[in-house]
Design a protein around this ligand. Structure first.
Ligand code: G3I
Length: 386
């Protein structure tokens, strides 16, 4: 059976066997990541993830869908009702040079999702990474980039992309990762990005306004990592995020919610996650867990980006991972009025950007791990672990 993204399942299997193991999978290149031992793999549950949380929040995955086997596409259809394009909607692939746009992969993704009754969440419009240098280089006249030119380029990018997918993409991570790591939380601690340097701190509010102008119905979110941690003590990146969000609201940014990325590990502070959700709710904002994964090796490697991993993983570690996932989903359940979406960052340990750290709920061979059943149990109201 042929599908729109891969020649055949046979080719995909052959690629799986032939490719090398790597740390950052990039989401599109098959990698021979280690799989769960057969004794650790669970039998396939009859209920899909999305069905276990129906009526509470959307359940998503991240993918560009290129090169996916029929089995992978079937897994997506069974478990998820929203997809975030992992890379193909970012500024680098969509506008590699000024006014030259490339929509091949995102168009195919949006069509496949529409055909299969799956929603699309756009990622991302304004970021310091995966953004081509031309955005910040002199224009045709050779003059240095002014605030006005940088604004015009960002506005054109946002109006073009959001406008293209108006009505077909339910919402956007408008600005991604604008807050720096390591601050005390006493200021917004904005990253010294080219956008911040050229336009100034109001680049965020402007980006939200342009996205709203292009699609007034789209949900618009600020997205970042580690903004949940430290929230119980109201310090660090969480405190900075609260200052930033309050300022955006004051400036009239049409912001609907916050994406807590959720690149977590076995020692992540679960109380911090719950407090952060409550804090954002207190600002009148929705929350999504936008890039969920829980690594079982590598520990807290500064939490981002993930290093380490790749070695054998014990059955006990996979049980611990299941417990962490269960505790997290118990929180999401209890805050389902605020949580709009929980999106896993990839479909399997083979496809994960942290494939060596075995962070997802399906193993490298797409077999369920203990975490999957633990999450389903929470969704279905069974054996909830507090
Ligand atoms: O597209 C090129 C391809 O042409 C080339 O042959 C290949 C060679 O390595 O690289 C491909 O680009 C890679 C791209 O993924 C697509 O596969 C990049 O090298 C690689 O760096 C890129 O990594 C992505 C990373 O963002 C970039 O920062 C990961 O897949 C993606 O999972 C990751 O996602 C981010 C979120 O957008 C934001 N939050 C953090 C999260 C994890 O880093």
């Amino acid at each position: 059976m042929m599908n729109g993204f891969v020649g055949s399942g046979l080719i995909a299997c052959a690629m799986l066997a032939a490719t090398a193991y790597g740390q950052n999978n990039g989401g599109t290149t098959p990698e021979a990541a280690p799989q769960t031992n057969s004794s650790q793999a669970e039998s396939a549950p009859s209920v899909g993830l999305k069905d276990a949380f129906a009526g509470k929040f959307l359940i998503g995955t991240a993918s560009d869908l290129r090169g996916y086997s029929d089995a992978e596409l079937a897994n997506i259809k069974a478990n998820y009702n929203v997809i975030t394009p992992e890379n193909c909607m970012k500024p680098q692939p969509t506008q590699p040079s000024e006014d030259t746009f490339n929509w091949t992969t995102p168009d195919a993704l949006v069509k496949w999702c529409q055909d299969n009754n799956i929603k699309v969440w756009g990622h991302t419009l304004c970021w310091h990474a995966q953004t081509p240098n031309w955005f910040f280089q002199p224009g045709a006249d050779g003059q240095p980039v002014t605030r006005e030119l940088a604004m015009a380029r960002l506005k054109n990018h946002i109006l073009t992309e959001v406008g293209r997918y108006k009505g077909r993409v339910i919402g956007w991570d408008v600005v991604n990762e604008a807050i720096n790591d390591g601050g005390a939380g006493e200021t917004e601690n904005l990253r010294n990005s080219s956008w911040n340097r050229l336009i100034g701190p109001d680049f965020l509010t402007l980006a939200f306004k342009w996205a709203h102008e292009a699609d007034p119905e789209a949900q618009l979110y600020y997205n970042d990592y580690n903004i949940d941690q430290g929230s119980v003590e109201n310090k660090g990146k969480h405190a900075s995020s609260m200052l930033l969000l309050k300022r955006l609201l004051k400036e009239g940014a049409p912001i609907n919610g916050v994406g807590i990325q959720g690149h977590w590990h076995l020692d992540t502070s679960i109380p911090d996650v719950e407090k952060a959700i409550a804090d954002y709710e207190s600002l009148g904002l929705k929350v999504s867990i936008s890039e969920l994964d829980v690594t079982v090796t590598g520990g807290n490697s500064g939490a981002f980006p993930g290093g380490g991993g790749g070695g054998p993983v014990s059955a006990e570690a996979f049980q611990q991972q299941a417990q962490v996932y269960a505790k997290l989903f118990d929180i999401f359940n209890r805050h389902s009025k605020t949580i709009s979406r929980v999106t896993f960052w990839g479909i399997s340990d083979r496809r994960s950007w942290r494939s060596g750290q075995r962070p997802l709920v399906f193993d490298a061979r797409l077999q369920p791990k203990p975490a999957l059943q633990a999450i389903l149990d929470v969704g279905l109201g069974k054996n909830v672990t507090k």
